[in-house]
Design a protein around this ligand. Structure first.
Ligand code: 7TS
Length: 427
């Protein structure tokens, strides 16, 4: 890699044996170290579930790419293109190590989770799903793990089944078993809910789905950035995730697929780079992963995703998870003291990531978020692209705070004090 990440770990100077220190990590993130608005406090950024901030080392790596070896890849015979190609393929290997894929060839660079899931639906789906076949997903999915299956069902005449949720925001495992008894062809579910923080028992659910004969798609958008995800251990057939939620740039995500499945699938998009031979009548395809990377990819973003993974590994994924567990436990504890506050999803930190969706009495979630913004506390309000989940919770929207590596107890205090101020304003 063109950028040495080790100096940045020296700056945060933490032993892997100590718990993660959010304030020290924050020093690596320029966006979070800007001068606050006049008279205001520093930014408490609590919207990493939407997109994370980027450490200096990632920004430097992206700049280094454009300054030193920007070129199209896999086609130049000149040195610059060869360097860019080498870094791009090196990053793919880095990705494979991060999720413990058997080979780099199982990792396809895409733009984001949405594109990864659409790729599976349009390529694997059209080749394998027929009229009357059952596709199962869950009530807690992000729209990007719902709409592609609806589009596929409309095209093929397939049926859709949706796993219900329990009142505390977990998947109803009995209902899941009932749906599996109908022998679905495909089961798609999120590892971690972006709206509730619920961590689903992916390993068990995948084993159950396989026993029923289904192919599995795991949405890792909210898990890969926060906990160790090992595709061989989980045994998922496909895994989709986005680089921008894990300290990486906006334009690179990953579709992991088991090699035999990817090999057998037809292309998703047609064009340059994905071909072996083109004649005016007929085309043969390149091997995976190139078969699924038509056109010029986001070369710099893909390379820099590997740097973000280096940085996260430097912090240690286990410590990242512990850190978020600590923050969410502290936050849930403090939020219980605010009168009229409802927290959705599992009520303790067990099986819960660093995402907290809440409501404050009858106050509109957007008003809550707008008043928090006055205090420079950044949270998201809305349906979080999970409208069916909101319907199941009987709400239109929630306010959501989400934690990551650069947050600390001070951010939680700021959040709770600001919510308290909202409560006072509306009393
Ligand atoms: N799946 C889950 C579980 C997500 O949380 C998101 C994004 C996606 C898929 C789609 O990711 P994308 O990178 O393709 O957009 N979630 C959110 C969110 O919670 N707020 O903004 C985006």
């Amino acid at each position: 890699m063109a950028v040495d990440t080790s100096t940045h770990f020296a700056r945060t100077l933490q032993s892997q044996a100590d718990p993660l220190n959010g304030a020290l990590v924050r020093a690596d993130f320029p966006v979070l170290n800007q001068e606050p608005r006049a008279g205001g406090q520093r930014l408490a950024f609590l919207d990493s579930a939407a997109s994370s901030q980027k450490p200096q080392v990632v920004i430097d790596a992206l700049t280094a790419y454009y300054e030193r070896y920007n070129a199209n890849i896999h086609r130049g015979v000149y040195e610059l293109s060869e360097i860019a190609t080498a870094h791009y393929e090196e990053s793919r290997k880095r990705v494979a190590r991060f999720i413990n894929a058997r080979s780099a060839g199982e990792c396809v660079f895409v733009r984001n989770t949405t594109e990864a899931i659409n790729l599976v639906a349009q390529s694997w789906g059209r080749a394998n799903i027929g009229a009357g076949d059952l596709i199962v997903f869950t009530t807690m999915e992000h729209h990007s793990n719902i709409v592609p299956w609806q589009l596929l069902a409309e095209e093929t005449g397939a049926r859709l089944g949706h796993v219900r949720i329990t009142p505390e925001g977990r998947l109803d495992r009995d209902h899941y078993a009932e749906l599996l008894a109908q022998e679905p062809k495909l089961v798609a579910f999120t590892h971690v809910s972006n709206s509730l923080g619920t961590v689903n028992p992916a390993r068990q659910m995948i084993a159950q789905a396989h026993a029923a004969g289904a192919v599995t798609v795991l949405d890792g958008a909210q898990s890969v950035p926060h906990l160790t995800v090992d595709v061989q251990d989980l045994d998922c057939d496909f895994l989709a995730f986005s680089g921008h939620k894990m300290l990486g740039p906006m334009g690179a995500g990953i579709l992991y697929g088991k090699k035999p499945l990817l090999d057998a699938m037809p292309p998703f998009l047609g064009g340059g780079s994905m071909i072996r031979k083109v004649t005016l009548d007929r085309t043969t395809w390149a091997d995976v992963p190139a078969k699924f990377e038509a056109g010029t990819p986001a070369v710099g973003d893909a390379i820099t995703l590997g740097v973000a993974m280096d940085y996260l590994d430097g912090l240690g994924l286990d410590r990242v998870w512990q850190h978020e567990q600590d923050l969410v436990t502290y936050a849930l504890d403090r939020m219980r003291d605010v009168p009229g506050l409802t927290v959705y999803g599992p009520q303790d930190a067990t099986d819960r990531s660093g995402v907290i969706s809440f409501a404050l009495g009858e106050v509109h979630p957007h008003d809550v978020a707008a008043i928090l913004d006055e205090d420079n506390v950044a949270v998201r309000a809305g349906h979080h692209c999970t409208q069916p989940l909101m319907a199941a919770l009987y709400v239109i929207a929630t306010t959501r705070a989400s934690f990551y590596v650069y947050n600390d107890h001070d951010d939680v205090d700021r959040l709770v004090e600001s919510i308290q101020r909202v409560a006072d304003v509306f009393r």
